[in-house]
Design a binder for this molecule. Structure first.
Ligand code: EPZ
Length: 419
């Protein structure tokens, strides 16, 4: 079983390059299914979640080939519209394939993805939105049997929650639907803009991505496309937490400052110096971080839920009491018990965590509970005195490419062991 061994207490300095965004790569790989030809996708991170999407594409008849960080997907010969259950269950985000399979094949059979570590992950908005486009969806014994005999038809869709995945599913399904689709109250994340750029590069007509109003004029088909994925803003936020909590000074190369305005604002309040040059984001930390009176997660451009756990980890040794409120997911604090094993003083009340900063954390054996919770334990382990053993690191491998090598490059004393 793979584990990370971390000897904490070393300030992280130097520079590190940010890889492509997992949450942009996943919907773009789904959209590649629409292309009657080839998608050449650069800056595509090699992560377990991305590999799971590649396996789904291959099960549908696509040919995928990776060369470094370029993934090529040939989707001119789709042979199935049924996604095997075991592949659907690998990642919760596999629901993002529903719109693409239905739009390309006219039918789709897939099992409902399960919940995940963050609590129930409903798909009601995905289903109701795709039904409004004309997809007939029958839910039976945990599977979705879908068909759109007459095709998909553009319409106006209001989504009560600016759901990222729902917005993406609608964009993908509407790209080749007949007529115009308008998404009202759309998610505004940078990953939505990246998906729109990919689709438009393939001949689609998507306008307004990044705003809460997106208009898609359906086109008859999409052609081969070459695209480079945006840098991962959540990975950048993770690096910022590790540099901040260890009192370091580092340049996060390739990060887009615009994508991290809400995150940078919190680190500045904690006493960090943030400078944004065209090559990325430089963060220099004080000897000890100041507490944050109150941080609340919001939909983009607010403070992102995915950057919450690693920020909480950085606040564990801040000077004073911080309050963190999670407004997006129900069960984001599973990792807090593990942080306590490292000496953190945290109480949780519903969706709020109250963090009393301690002078120092001390190393212990802890286990990752989910992707971003695992990253939080890595942040805390880098700050803790002594050795921290991180178990169940497969969670981290879902969203972080070569974490050991990358943190080593910043001076961290970290290694991988197999026990
Ligand atoms: C995306 O998940 C990201 N995943 C998540 O990142 C991220 O935390 C989330 O957006 C932020 O909003 C990917 O992009 C692959 P949502 P998604 O639909 O699309 C509710 C990570 O760590 N909802 O925006 O699944 C839902 O329960 C992951 O990289 C419904 O009620 O999230 C949540 O409360 C974790 N019904 C809220 O909307 C639905 O049909 C926002 O979820 C869909 C969602």
């Amino acid at each position: 079983m793979e584990r990370f061994l971390i000897e904490g207490g070393t300030a992280l300095n130097g520079k590190v390059k940010v890889h492509g965004a997992k949450n942009a790569a996943l919907p773009i790989l789904s959209a590649a299914l629409l292309i009657d030809g080839e998608s050449v996708i650069h800056n595509c991170p090699d992560l377990s979640d991305v590999r799971a999407s590649v396996h789904i594409l291959e099960s549908l008849g696509c040919q995928c080939h990776r060369e470094g960080d370029t993934l090529t997907v040939k989707s001119d010969a789709i042979c199935s519209s049924q996604i095997p259950d075991d592949l659907m269950q690998k990642t919760r985000s596999s629901i993002i394939f529903l719109g693409a399979v239905a739009a390309r094949c006219g039918t789709a059979v897939l099992s409902s993805p399960g919940g995940c570590d963050l609590g129930p992950r409903p798909i009601d908005l995905h289903l109701s939105s795709l039904r409004q486009l004309g997809l007939c969806i029958k839910e039976e014994h945990g599977s979705l049997y879908c068909n759109s005999e007459k095709g998909l038809f553009g319409t106006s869709i209001y989504i009560p929650i600016p759901s990222v995945g729902t917005t993406e599913n609608i964009m993908i399904a509407a790209a080749t639907a007949k007529g115009t689709t308008r998404i009202c109250n759309a998610a505004r994340e940078p990953e939505i803009v990246d998906l729109a750029n990919f689709l438009n590069g393939a001949g689609a007509n998507v306008q307004g991505a990044g705003s809460c109003d997106i208009v898609i004029e359906g086109v008859s088909s999409l052609h081969s496309v070459e695209h480079s994925i945006i840098p991962d803003r959540i990975l950048t936020a993770t690096y910022m937490s590790t540099v901040a909590v260890t009192g370091g000074d580092a340049l996060i190369e390739g990060a887009i400052p615009e994508h991290l305005k809400a995150v940078s604002a919190e680190f500045i309040k904690m006493g960090c110096q943030i400078s944004t040059k065209n090559e990325g984001i430089r963060i220099a930390a004080p000897k000890r971080l100041s507490r944050l009176k109150s941080v609340k997660t919001q939909y983009y451009p607010g403070f992102p839920t995915d950057a919450g756990p690693t920020l909480i980890a950085a606040l564990c040794t801040a000077d004073g009491t911080s309050t963190f409120t999670e407004n997006i997911f129900e069960n984001r604090f599973k990792f807090v018990d593990e942080l306590r094993r490292l000496g953190a003083d945290i109480k949780t009340e519903g969706r709020t965590a109250i963090i009393d900063g301690v002078k120092a954390l001390s190393g212990a054996q802890v286990k990752c509970t989910d992707l971003r919770g695992g990253a939080a334990l890595l942040v805390a382990g880098l700050a803790a005195n002594g050795v921290t053993t991180l178990c169940d690191v497969h969670h981290i491998n879902r969203g972080y490419e070569n974490p050991v090598e990358n943190f080593k490059n910043l001076g961290a004393n970290i290694k991988r062991t197999d026990v």
